[in-house]
Design a protein around this ligand. Structure first.
Ligand SMILES: [Zn+2]
Length: 195
């Protein structure tokens, strides 16, 4: 996987270098990196690895906290420097069509983990290797990771990238996403204190 193209992008949060990474320049769904004021390579870089959630990130869905997490990350990184890596693994890696089907399961009373399992998928099919490749492309060896997800911390143990500290990214729960966040905490072990 290589950087296919990059450009300076002014956003509502601040200025970023916006870059697309994929194996092929014809790839219509490349991973994305938004880099703001990278710290010198001897200092840890603030990094958010965000998996695509089109309903939450783009359309303001209240079913999850993804959109608010992305927004809080963009805000934090524009103020403190660092990088948002946007991985194209919609719906914990099952794609938007299957995520819609999983939402139908949730409407029947299953939680987010059971819904994926009922459809024949892993509870969480996300991979983080490509995020690690993107960090390696930028010669980043030390990071502060914005996450509540212990699996992401685990994913770095076999890599050359060292996590110096975890920066919590907790969003205030509301009535529509409370059950989802409770499953994240109790089933997936996410480090959440507000739910
Ligand atoms: Zn989401």
């Amino acid at each position: 996987m290589v950087q296919q193209a990059s450009v300076n992008l002014k956003t509502a949060y601040g200025n970023f270098e916006f870059a697309a990474f994929s194996d092929s320049s014809e790839d219509l769904m490349p991973h994305l990196a938004l880099v703001n004021n990278p710290s010198p390579t001897d200092k840890p870089m603030n990094v958010r690895i965000h998996s695509e959630c089109i309903t939450g990130d783009l359309f303001g869905s209240c079913r999850c906290d993804c959109g608010e997490q992305l927004s809080a990350s963009m805000d934090y990184i524009s103020k403190n420097g660092g990088m948002v890596i946007y991985l194209r693994q919609e719906g914990r890696g099952i794609g938007i069509i299957n995520k819609i089907k999983a939402y139908n399961q949730q409407d029947l009373g299953f939680d987010t983990a059971e819904a994926n399992k009922n459809l024949g998928f892993e509870y969480d099919a996300r991979m983080y290797d490509e995020a690690i490749s993107i960090l390696e492309y930028y010669n980043v060896t030390k990071i502060n990771l914005l996450t509540n997800n212990p699996d992401k911390l685990e994913a770095f143990k076999q890599s050359k990238v060292e996590i110096i500290k975890r920066i919590p990214l907790e969003i205030n729960p509301h009535s529509d996403n409370k059950k989802y966040l409770k499953t994240k905490k109790e089933f997936f072990g996410h480090l959440l204190e507000l739910v």
